[in-house]
Write a protein that binds this ligand. Sequence first.
Ligand SMILES: Nc1ncnc2c1ncn2[C@@H]1O[C@H](COP(=O)(O)OP(=O)(O)OP(=O)(O)O)[C@@H](O)[C@H]1O
Ligand SMILES: [Mg+2]
Length: 260
Amino acid sequence: MTTPLLEVSALEAGYDDALILRGVDLAADAEQIVAIVGPNGAGKSTLLKAVYGLVRARAGSVRFDGEDVTGVRADRLTRRGMNLVPQVDNVFPTLTIAENLHVGALVLPRAERQAEIVRVLELFPLLAERHRQRAGSLSGGQRKLVALARALVARPRLLLLDEPSAGLSPIAIDLVFEKLVEIRSLGIAIVIVEQNARRALALADIGYVLDTGRNAYSGPGRTLLDDPRVVDLYLGGSRSGTIASSSTSTSTPSGMNPAT
Ligand SMILES: Nc1ncnc2c1ncn2[C@@H]1O[C@H](COP(=O)(O)OP(=O)(O)OP(=O)(O)O)[C@@H](O)[C@H]1O
Ligand SMILES: [Mg+2]
């Protein structure tokens, strides 16, 4: 059995007196999209932050590429091949697209930065066309692409994405999700936190449902979508086969958005 690229074991973390993660396990392999879904406040963002060294682990471990990286600082993790795109404040609005990418490339040796930026822009023709435009003047969807591109220029093997589709139009969401599939095919592992749970699970190789800081369910994304317990408790009650007809945007009691 090979070791997963990312292996989180019995992770506990929180803020001040509040213990939020109460022993979470998670694994991700190269060329895998792993989705973390669950109600508001379940600890999804905290999990990403704890993996990426922004929230201190109180117990348990984070292993990356076979090494224990528990407690390693975020900037060091970026150099080692892990990168996080936070939900908000993930681009510099007053900088151009090219300048944003340059900031992302600062972890690389100086001589390699420009070539890497060019390579990543080839993945994002829409951004390449506008590389001199300020990020703040772009649409929400385009800004998300800048954030993704900026994370990619650091040459990550693992990308952690917090709510990449939040606040986007359906067309922009399609664009972002298509990019994720493309990024996966480059051999990069993606761990994605999403409110858009159905959509994320449909895309994901592996899904985890997190509830009150604990693993509730995990398995292949499609299997979770077909699990009546997961559907009833976390996806607003109608089965994956009826996604198309469940187009209401009302929130479920658990606070998740059942819309696709
Ligand atoms: N910086 C912080 N200081 C103190 N408590 C926090 C902090 N950030 C989050 N929390 C608390 O930790 C719990 C988990 O928050 P977290 O943001 O990880 O949940 P989440 O699953 O990402 O929720 P959402 O779906 O709303 O993004 C919540 O009760 C939240 O209030
Ligand atoms: Mg969150």
